[in-house]
Design a protein. Sequence first.
Length: 186
Amino acid sequence: MTNLLNHPNMLKKARDEIHSQIGEEKLIEESDVSKLHYLQSNISETLRLYPATSFLVPYMSSADCTIGGYDVLSGTMLLVNAWAIHRDLKVWDDATSFKPKRFENSESEGHKLMPFGIGMRTCPGAGLAQRTVSLTLGSWIQSFEWERITTEDIDINEGSGITMPKAMPLEAMCKARPIMHKLLSK
């Protein structure tokens, strides 16, 4: 939500997509999420820049191998810094900028995204997390008009901690959209 508030044109585009795919008469449902490609692109880009945790679950090498030119002995614990990989200028164009369009074509960049891990060690709850975030964010966008409290961009910096919380909590203004008035009047 912070990224969308800092990029109002992208928030509008996400809202327009929801209106064109779902309409303004019914609330978004889980089955609708797969139709919302731009919303998914925004979520992927946010998870790329701000993963829930910077390090993936540790790996243990089962055999001697070479990774990135380094010899790794069998039994060595490997820590993968997803935060650093997701911001690596060798891997991503304009790596530190919020650009959801990089995920609009799912084959182009999606294979490099690993906020929930990768391979056999991927998080078993990744699909549920993706659907829940999509449904929640989509519902917020569909149900409320969102604005920043000030004209300045919202601070997006990370705080300290294993789960990489925002340094400053998000404060925003919202106003119910017509769909909420219809829903609450029933």
